[in-house]
Design a protein around this ligand. Structure first.
Ligand SMILES: CC(C)(COP(=O)(O)OP(=O)(O)OC[C@H]1O[C@@H](n2cnc3c(N)ncnc32)[C@H](O)[C@@H]1OP(=O)(O)O)[C@@H](O)C(=O)NCCC(=O)NCCS
Length: 219
């Protein structure tokens, strides 16, 4: 039976290895997500209470990490503290068996207990609509003051009605941007050398990622 618990420092390398295996060649040739995991735990927007691993027979097979984010109301400038998650990773041989779902349902419950009412992510809608996520246009959550919403911008109300009656601009943590996270930085290249080599290759999922990350929904 699977066990979900908080990540500890002893798990860091295992989680970085599984993140690399989960994301390798999925969105682009290679991946950056394991380096992101490596650096994000030091950032003030990282939330240790919402950093979970899932174990099966004592082996860590998945992980989810949350960070602080905000929504700003378009008219009034009201700022609302919300959450985002990612990376969310399950080891390839354990995927599509419910581990990702279990990590998300567990973390949503904990997040709500901590007082959060909204989660916003960028993700493949196919993975998340069954977890209650809807496109940002459904809640008027966008990246800018526009009625054209990114397809991959997905919103879940942990408390129904939390976003109702307002229009919002989403801001994720600065940790995902330079200078904190610089894809392909010398530090990342050195980090990559500490793992066994994996071949970078094209996969059809990369075209899906391109479509989802460039597509828009217009109201
Ligand atoms: C995406 C990922 C985290 C999902 O975790 P998982 O344990 O494989 O997924 P689960 O078995 O919990 O299924 C989650 C949902 O995915 C969908 N799903 C499951 N099996 C599926 C399949 N064979 N085909 C299509 N969708 C499927 C379903 O909507 C399911 O929810 P439901 O059972 O309530 O309907 C995992 O596959 C992964 O690590 N992938 C590589 C890295 C990645 O893409 N991370 C997410 C970035 S957006």
């Amino acid at each position: 039976m699977a066990l979900i618990r908080n990540e500890t420092a002893e798990d860091f390398r295992t989680v970085e290895e599984l993140t690399r295996l989960a994301f390798w060649n999925v969105n682009v040739p290679g991946c950056d997500e394991h380096f992101l995991v490596h650096i994000m735990r030091e950032h003030p927007d990282f939330i240790p209470e919402l950093d979970f691993v899932i174990e099966e027979d004592g082996k860590i097979v998945g992980n989810v990490i949350y960070t602080k984010a905000t929504l700003t109301e378009r008219q009034t400038g009201e700022v609302k503290n919300i959450l985002t998650f990612g990376p969310l990773s399950v080891l390839p041989e354990y995927q599509r068996k419910g581990y990702g779902k279990a990590l998300l349902e567990h973390s949503f419950k904990k997040a709500a207990e901590m007082g959060y009412d909204t989660v916003v992510i960028f993700g493949n809608p196919e993975n998340y609509v069954s977890r209650g996520f809807k496109n940002g246009s459904r809640y008027f959550v966008n990246l800018k003051d526009s009625e054209s919403y990114p397809v991959a911008l997905l919103v879940k109300e942990l408390v129904p009605g939390a976003l109702q009656g307002k229009k919002w601009i989403y801001h994720e943590s600065k940790l995902f941007e330079p200078p904190y996270f610089v894809p392909g930085s010398p530090a990342q290249l050195e980090f990559e050398k500490t793992f066994p080599p994996l071949e970078k290759a094209y996969r059809h999922s990369q075209e899906l990622f391109y479509i989802y990350s460039h597509g828009t929904v217009t109201l």
